[in-house]
Ligand binder design. Structure first.
Ligand code: ATP
Ligand code: MG
Length: 404
């Protein structure tokens, strides 16, 4: 994407702001993407107009807005279905809790707004009349593949501990080298990430685990001990070794499991890490399933029945991640092929998919109680051996035969 290809609607809005005497510029990721040759995923826009001035301008022009974060200066403008977040230039005061600025003031000076941003490549703006505004040399840094903090790195990382994670995330995403002083700051300030919330850490980690260079990303997190208090068991992993591990697994869940396996984590250690990171119950369940069916151990599976039993025990949602891990450790094997086949042909049935249920058994004269469950388990086993037997007639006849 090039500057000249700025969406027409954004350009028109810039002209409207300009006519009213305000600046409206593109900031953040979208400006970076002009150089990275990427399509911008979202547009962060900033303006010299205060929220009140924006509101009256939007009324005057008959453009709908939503007061998304009006107290922080953000108003969402809806232009032809496009949702554009526009934020007033601002300065942040002292920070508290290693994350949030205590106070915030609006300013008319773009340079002061850019100065509060984290890295030079994130502190550029694009003005449709003046072109690129780059007071900290972000463009040159980005082209030289250097990640540099705006201002004194130690101070910037201490103000907001999330920036340590962001540094590793951006470096991983674009293959950047950390500037020497930023490295030193990460070494001394990185441990402050322990003050962040589990959710926030997980959001950052998940993004890194989805990247192509995830192994070097994780090795960066380990090097600066950003995960020490969150996933202590990974501290045993060594960067170089990790990067050289052949791990052709994709997706954050699978990669998280692969790292747990590589670090020989106990199930509890992995689960505790996920609790700290505020993972959902479902995600914890999936991880437990992946780790208890240890893919480093070869499965002696020969029949379709055994394969179906395994799929059932794994749970369908983790089948693909598990196969990914299994192939990584065992290579392309016959049993993996068989497992994939039964999982795909609809022959792996769960108890609730049986052609009969408890009510059918009660109608036959059985009393409600644990016996019903046992009988249904017997039917399930039969159906896993011969899926074609999943009909009411066959199953009821089988039960009659067993008890008769
Ligand atoms: P992407 O959205 O692609 O992850 P981005 O650079 O747009 O990258 P956002 O989180 O959307 O990142 O933030 C937009 C901009 O706000 C950043 O480019 C940066 O200038 C600034 N910013 C965001 N978070 C921080 C922070 N913790 N400290 C300082 N500046 C920040
Ligand atoms: Mg963004």
């Amino acid at each position: 994407m090039k500057f000249e290809e700025l969406p027409q609607k954004i350009r028109e809005l810039m002209e409207e702001f300009d006519r009213a005497g305000y600046e409206l510029v593109v900031v953040g990721g979208a400006v970076r993407s002009f150089f990275a040759g990427e399509e911008p995923t979202d547009w962060d826009l900033s303006t010299s107009a205060t929220p009140e001035e924006m509101l009256s301008l939007s009324k005057e022009k008959g453009i709908r807005t939503i007061p998304t974060g009006i107290q922080h200066g953000t108003l969402t403008w809806i232009v032809d279905g496009l949702h554009l977040e526009i934020t007033t230039y601002r300065i942040e005061g002292t920070y508290e809790g290693y994350r949030r600025p205590l106070e915030m003031t609006f300013t008319k000076d773009l340079n002061r707004d850019l100065a509060r941003r984290d890295f030079t490549m994130n502190a550029m703006a694009y003005d449709y009349k003046k072109g690129l505004l780059d007071p900290f040399g972000g463009r040159a840094d980005f082209q030289k593949k250097i990640l540099r903090a705006v201002g004194e790195p130690k101070i910037r990382l201490a103000e907001d501990a999330l920036r340590s994670f962001r540094a590793v995330r951006f470096a991983t995403r674009y293959g950047l080298v950390l500037d020497q002083k930023l490295q030193e700051a990460l070494e001394s300030e990185g441990e402050k990430v322990r003050h962040l919330s589990g959710e926030r850490i997980k959001q950052e980690l998940d993004q890194i685990l989805e990247m192509e260079a995830w192994k070097s990303g994780v090795s960066g997190l380990l090097r600066f001990r950003l995960l020490r208090d969150w996933i202590p068991v990974w501290s045993h992993l060594y960067g170089e070794e990790l990067i050289n591990q052949p791990m052709a697994v994709s997706g954050r869940l699978t990669r998280f499991a692969a790292l747990m396996l590589l670090s020989d984590a106990e199930l509890e250690e992995s689960d505790w890490a996920l609790v700290r990171l505020r993972a959902s119950k479902e995600e914890r369940k999936r991880m437990r399933s992946l780790l208890t069916h240890d893919p480093r151990i070869k499965r002696p599976i020969q029949t379709a029945y055994e394969a179906r039993r395994l799929v059932l025990s794994l749970g369908k949602p983790v089948l693909d991640p598990w196969l990914d891990l299994y192939r990584n450790w065992q290579g392309e094997t016959e049993e993996a092929r068989l497992i994939k086949q039964v999982a795909g042909d609809g022959s792996v049935l769960e108890l609730k998919e049986l052609a009969i249920d408890g009510r059918d058994l009660i109608e036959m004269g059985f009393c409600p109680g644990p016996q019903l469950g046992e009988l249904l388990e017997i039917c399930l086993d039969l159906v896993l051996q011969s899926p074609e037997k999943n009909t009411k007639e066959v199953l009821l006849a089988t039960i009659k035969k067993r008890i008769g």
